[in-house]
Design a protein around this ligand. Structure first.
Ligand code: 13P
Length: 259
């Protein structure tokens, strides 16, 4: 069975001093929880994270990557630059980038390709709008997003992938789908991945995360679902006490009791 994977997306938050404190706390937290942790700080704190998380077992992730290898792309960072900073993961296709920065499906597919070809594991975000859910379009939209984002990489390259199901309407709103809805939707995604990749999917380390208003109070129920391999946490990852509770909730109850 896979370890649960808890990924923190700090978005555009925290000062250097606050980041250093949180990196330090997360590095020691990793010694006490059996889940795998990924921290995705703002790009300016990647180097700091790389040295502060060294040998803690916490992985470093970036929040964005440019799809080109190098060149005249002012303000952008390439996949190899992120590797140089110690990143193992990169968030791609977050709804905030899709909507606020006009990232098209084509751009997202190219970013996934650039990440994989540079040995960065994509944390591919997919998610429906409230309107799409109301219209009953959730499943077809999510499978479309997956197919489109993975269209430039072939089966054999699909060894490492994280898919984060983040309903747009649940991000930063304190609203989440019901546990039954999360189960149903994520099962659909997994079945689609099996159909698409067959054994490559089962044999590979594809992790399925839920994201969107994950908190210290709802994490236990969400993480108890077998189909959920972990969570992508936004706001609650900025508060160490809350983040710690979420990471502890990823421990099976029997293991907690045995400690
Ligand atoms: P919140 O946890 O703040 O809802 O954000 C989720 C998210 O967007 C993580 O990528």
């Amino acid at each position: 069975m896979k370890n649960k994977l808890i990924a923190a997306n700090w978005k555009m938050n925290l000062s250097a001093v606050q980041s250093a404190e949180l990196f330090k706390q997360c590095a020691s937290l990793a010694q006490t929880v059996p889940s795998d942790l990924i921290i995705c700080p703002p790009a300016t704190y990647l180097q700091m994270g790389n040295s502060m998380l060294e040998s803690s077992g916490v992985h470093l992730g970036a929040q964005n990557v440019n799809q080109n290898l190098a060149g005249a792309y002012t303000g952008e960072l390439s996949a190899s630059m992120l590797k140089d900073c110690g990143c193992a993961f990169v968030i791609i296709g977050h709804s905030e980038r899709r909507t606020q920065f006009n990232e098209s499906d084509e751009i997202i597919a190219a970013k996934v390709k650039a990440a994989i070809e540079n040995s960065l594991t994509p944390i591919l975000c997919i998610g429906e709008s409230e309107n799409q859910r109301t219209l009953g379009l959730t499943n077809s939209f999510l499978t479309y997003q997956i197919d489109s984002a993975l269209s430039l990489v072939d089966k054999t390259q699909m060894k490492n992938l994280v898919i984060a199901y983040e309903p747009i309407w649940a991000i930063g709103t304190n609203k989440t789908p019901s546990i039954a809805q999360i189960q149903q939707t994520m099962t659909t995604i997994v079945k689609h991945m099996y159909k698409k990749y067959g054994e490559n999917f089962t044999d590979s380390s594809v992790h399925m995360l839920y994201g969107g208003s994950v908190s210290d109070t709802n994490c236990q129920a969400i993480l108890s679902l077998d189909v959920v391999d972990g969570c992508l946490v936004g706001g609650a990852s900025l508060n160490f006490e809350k983040f710690e509770k979420i990471c502890q909730a990823s421990v099976k109850p029997s293991l907690v009791a045995a400690k």
